[in-house]
Design a protein around this ligand. Structure first.
Ligand code: DGY
Length: 335
């Protein structure tokens, strides 16, 4: 009998093709995420779950999946999954590291440039009929990017890819991570600094950290007040790593100059959020990895990882390696 897989919502065809080859798929071909009620119901009899970061896979969901052997998420972040609990239950978790690195780094730069040079504000101005002179010496002044100091907080794959791009802008690049990467400093031309020093010194600060209990609200009022008044903060990681209320105060009161945000405390961003009325913030709807090429790769990588587990093989995108000791792959194998 073929393994049963629940796919919670529409994904690129590349992923579906791989799953179809080996499994019986229950495919919810819809744009919106699956509701918790539906997830609790649909997961009951499946062997594998293929989900996205918008579905919370907590204890309740994991417990409801009586036959569950593997959870594949089409994301590099796994903060929506109770991984410790899944591991304790012998459930394998696969994710999509690496394939979205460059695309996400490109987008962090898009936000940085847009916020520094007021690209979105300029667009809004024209559309609103507010462009009155062909050129004006003091109109819509922004901040130079070239030659400035870039501070990268979180120096994993994406942080490093952002650093590589800074070369062309002749920037001084500082980074902070819980693990100092001396091996990369010379090669990438970056300098390690404690986080507080980066906050004080950098003109642009970009966040590339996973959301964990340790990183939740890492950037709060204290940190925002330490930044330069001309600083610009970019976030493409997870909204909850910033205290969003404090950031709103910082943008309103001029503790920092601007921000570029792709992720938020609550997503979708509520339409009454004060962020929406602020001119000095560029807002995008969690699309840093959203290129045709990368989303196809993500769909494929999560699917192939899921299939490997069901074949009794260890894929390189297995997140919770400890699970191998709890439930051997021979127990999980179905294909
Ligand atoms: C992820 O993969 O975790 C991103 O936030 C979306 O691509």
């Amino acid at each position: 009998m073929k393994p049963k897989v629940l796919v919670t919502r529409r994904i690129p065809e590349t992923g579906i093709r791989i799953l179809k080859e080996h499994c019986e798929i229950r495919y919810r071909d819809a744009l919106e995420p699956m509701s918790r009620e539906e997830l609790l119901k649909e997961i009951r009899d499946v062997d594998a779950l293929y989900c996205t970061l918008s579905e919370k896979v907590d204890r309740g969901v994991i417990d409801a999946g009586k036959n569950l052997r593997v959870v594949a998420t089409m994301s590099v972040g796994v903060d929506h999954i109770d991984v410790d609990y899944a591991t304790s239950r012998g459930i394998y978790v696969v994710y999509t590291p690496g394939v979205l690195t460059e695309t996400t780094a490109d987008f962090a730069w898009a936000l940085l440039m847009a916020a520094a040079r007021r690209v979105v504000e300029g667009d809004r101005l024209i559309r609103a009929g507010g462009w009155r002179f062909s050129w004006a010496p003091t109109m819509m002044l922004g901040y130079d990017v070239h030659g400035k100091v870039l501070g990268i907080i979180g120096f994993g794959r994406i942080g490093q890819a952002v650093a590589r791009r800074a070369k062309g802008f002749d920037m001084k690049v500082l980074y902070y991570d819980i693990e100092r990467r001396e091996d990369l400093e010379k090669k990438l031309g970056v300098e390690y600094r404690p986080m507080d020093e980066i906050l004080r010194e950098a003109d642009f600060i970009t966040l590339h950290i996973p959301l964990t209990p340790q990183t939740e609200r890492l950037i709060g009022e204290r940190e925002l007040r330490m930044m330069k008044k001309t600083a610009i903060l970019i976030n493409t990681s997870r909204g909850k790593v910033i205290d969003q209320e404090a950031l709103i105060r910082a943008l309103k009161m001029g503790w920092i100059a601007a921000a570029g945000l792709d992720v938020f405390d609550e997503e979708p961003l509520p339409t009454d959020s004060p962020l929406i009325n602020l001119e000095n913030v560029v807002l995008t709807p969690h699309i840093a990895s959203a290129s045709y090429e990368t989303r196809s790769k993500m769909a494929e990588y999560a699917a192939s990882g899921l299939i490997s587990i069901l074949k009794g093989e260890v894929p390189d995108n297995l997140y919770n390696r400890e699970v191998l000791k709890i439930r051997p792959l021979s127990d999980v194998k179905m294909i």
